[in-house]
Design a protein around this ligand. Structure first.
Ligand code: 4NP
Length: 155
């Protein structure tokens, strides 16, 4: 069992966090980091659904198949089981802080806070956009995934 585990969290778990999970999975594999990786949403409206077809197409374009992912809502146990929980935007982080049980052990952070020159920025939400917006999101999560993986490799 890897000693590190990371859960990426957005609102619906059908666009940003499955892309962050995919980018991080690729980066962890590339650098040989043994880590458990998952993603979830702060809301459960899309629970059980595959990712948005635009997210699937964007991941596929970058060589990753996320079509088997199924959305789920973050649970209280996630805060005790994962060592790191990473929100994609400010609202996700605020919701995570609100949902956090008293005995939570997970470290909570914002993905782009791990990137020195993007600190304090949110990963852009492509939900109301087109494929070019999904490409911007892919770039954001890739930069964040690289920085976070490098940081955790030293942990
Ligand atoms: P995600 O995107 O949080 O990146 O998965 C969204 C998914 C669904 C909705 C909004 C954003 N929605 O309003 O249903």
């Amino acid at each position: 069992m890897p000693k590190l585990s990371v859960l990426f969290v957005c609102l619906g778990n059908i666009c940003r966090s499955p892309l962050a999970e995919a980018a991080f999975r690729e980066e962890a594999k590339r650098i040989g980091l043994a880590i458990e990786i998952d993603s979830a949403g702060t809301g459960g409206w899309h629970a059980g659904e595959p990712p948005d077809r635009r997210a699937i197409a964007t991941a596929r374009k970058h060589g990753v198949d996320i079509s088997n992912h199924r959305a789920r809502k973050v649970t209280a146990d996630d805060f005790r089981c994962f060592t790191h929980i990473v929100g994609l935007d400010f609202e996700n982080l605020a919701d995570l802080q609100r949902l956090r049980p008293r005995d939570a052990t997970a470290d909570l952070s914002l993905l782009l806070d791990h990137v020195p020159d993007r600190s304090g920025e949110a990963v852009s939400d492509p939900w109301y956009g087109d494929m070019s917006d999904f490409e911007v999101t892919w770039n954001d999560v890739s930069v964040g995934a690289k920085a976070l993986a490098a940081e955790l490799a030293l942990a």
